[in-house]
Design a protein around this ligand. Structure first.
Ligand code: SF4
Ligand code: SF4
Length: 453
């Protein structure tokens, strides 16, 4: 609960010795055998060819700190924030190094030691990570304000006026990334309980996310509709909180554990056959609540059950046997699929989204070269590291263009937004859609066609 202090493991250490990296299980710290097989899969190493920008180099730095051979410095801090956290190195690693855990502890170490502390950075972090994303209503208030700015035409006016040219380059870059806020948030589109269409087979809960609720509430609606069409009663409470991945990935492990406790209390895992996430980044974090709450006796067992019940939407549909939409006479469409890093590398879910796409009548799926190479979104990486993020986006868009597809499907809100912005800025007429949206549209089209007959 909110009033419960975080456990020792996640609490801000009180002295220099009680660091996050030194407190981490040493079997995790010393797992790397320096083989280098992960290097070609690492986007930052690929871009610079510098060892310190590789997974092996970063792990060596983390271990040196854990072993007391190196002090935490601003150079170490910059290195940990230059890492995308894409986890491609985990997929490549034959030794099973848990880079995700190392990475989160290393960033927490950077924040604990305050080596990157600066007034502007602290203010932004406090406003976003510690305040805005800790209470979803605050985010919705901000979303409504941006929506008003957009609907009144002020955004268009400001963009056309040329006034933005007066801004520094970085602020112009940020302004261009402002997402379109949806007319309706998830609670306006989704009933608290949606009954299964046809025979009821399961009872599931759907997580609507934080930014996703403001920017892609339609994907949440489509998720609920698809689940109902696949025999699920769907519970979707109107007021939900962030999953905590933003906090964990930015070194705020205490706040992440607080949000984990809130979510387990709101979605008691014993009451559902599955708890569904439709965002690769969120799902990857949500599946590890037992790790976050390992030192909390009140939550440990429920968190383990939560982890087992937490399912990515594609994983769940394939597990229960997807009901394919009837052939509906829709025009054939060529689609390619970009893999969210945390869906592919974090959750190892690669075949299921493709199976969902192939179930759609008339959809021709063409493989995207380097489909599991990061698009540069990586949480807030495209805000903090614009140059690297833009280089990755350019590379991704070149590959998408080369497929000849008119639609690119991807299953994470960060990737959706990154690709929408990238394609719009380059004036490329390629649609970006979540695979579940394409599936929901196919169901709707089939219903419509049968009514017209
Ligand atoms: S998480 Fe991604 S960017 Fe970071 S070391 Fe691993 S492969 Fe490289
Ligand atoms: S992280 Fe894994 S793949 Fe990379 S050097 Fe270490 S053991 Fe080898």
């Amino acid at each position: 609960m909110l009033g419960t202090p975080p456990p020792e493991r996640w609490r801000e250490p009180m002295n220099a010795a009680a660091s996050y990296l030194k407190g981490l299980d040493y079997s995790v710290v010393q797992q790397c055998m320096h083989c280098g097989l992960c290097l070609p899969t690492c986007p930052t190493y690929d871009a610079t060819k510098l060892e310190r920008h590789s997974p092996r180099g970063r792990i060596a730095l983390m271990r040196a700190i854990a072993d007391d051979r190196l002090d935490v410095s601003s150079i170490f801090g910059d290195e940990m924030y230059f890492c995308l956290g894409c986890l491609a190195c985990m997929t490549a690693c034959p030794a099973g190094v848990n880079y995700a855990e190392l990475f989160e502890h290393a960033r927490a170490e950077v924040e604990r030691s305050r080596v990157l502390a600066a007034p502007k950075r602290s203010l932004i972090r406090h406003f976003t990570v510690s305040w805005l994303f800790m209470e979803h209503r605050r985010l919705q208030v901000l979303g409504r304000a941006i929506r008003l700015y957009q609907r009144l035409g002020l955004q268009t006016l400001v963009r056309r006026s040329g006034i933005l040219k007066l801004l520094p380059r970085y602020l112009r870059y940020l302004e261009a990334m402002t997402p379109d806020i949806q007319d309706n948030f998830s609670s306006d589109l989704i009933a608290p309980v949606t009954p299964a269409i046809g025979a009821r087979r399961y009872r599931v809960a759907v997580l609507t996310g934080c930014a996703q609720d403001l920017i892609f509430s339609d994907v949440n609606r489509d998720t609920v509709e698809v689940l109902a069409r696949n025999g699920c009663d769907v519970v979707c409470p109107p007021e939900q909180q962030c999953c905590g991945s933003l906090h964990a990935h930015n070194g705020e492990l205490g706040l992440a554990s607080r949000l984990a406790r809130q979510n387990i209390d709101q979605f008691p895992p014993e009451q559902f056959d599955a708890i569904i996430s439709n965002a690769g980044g969120c799902g990857s974090h949500l599946k590890h609540y037992s790790q976050i709450l390992a030192d909390e006796p009140r939550y440990r067992d429920r968190a383990a059950l939560w982890d087992r019940k937490l399912k990515d939407i594609h994983e769940w549909l394939v597990q229960i046997g997807i009901t394919p939409p009837p052939t509906n006479g829709a025009a054939p469409v060529t689609v390619t699929y970009h893999e969210s890093c945390h869906l592919a590398h974090g959750q190892k879910i690669t075949a299921q989204p493709r199976q969902v796409l192939r179930a759609i009548p008339g959809l021709n799926l063409v493989e995207l070269p380097e489909s599991n190479w990061c698009c540069g979104s990586a949480g807030i990486y495209n805000i903090t590291q614009p140059e690297m993020a833009t280089a990755l986006l350019d590379r991704k868009i070149r590959h998408i263009q080369n497929t000849g597809a008119t639609v690119v499907a991807t299953a994470n809100s960060g990737c959706l937004l990154q690709l929408i912005n990238g394609l719009r800025q380059r004036r490329l007429p390629i649609r970006v859609a979540h695979p579940i949206t394409l599936l929901a549209e196919a169901y709707r089209h089939a219903v419509q066609s049968s009514q017209e007959r």
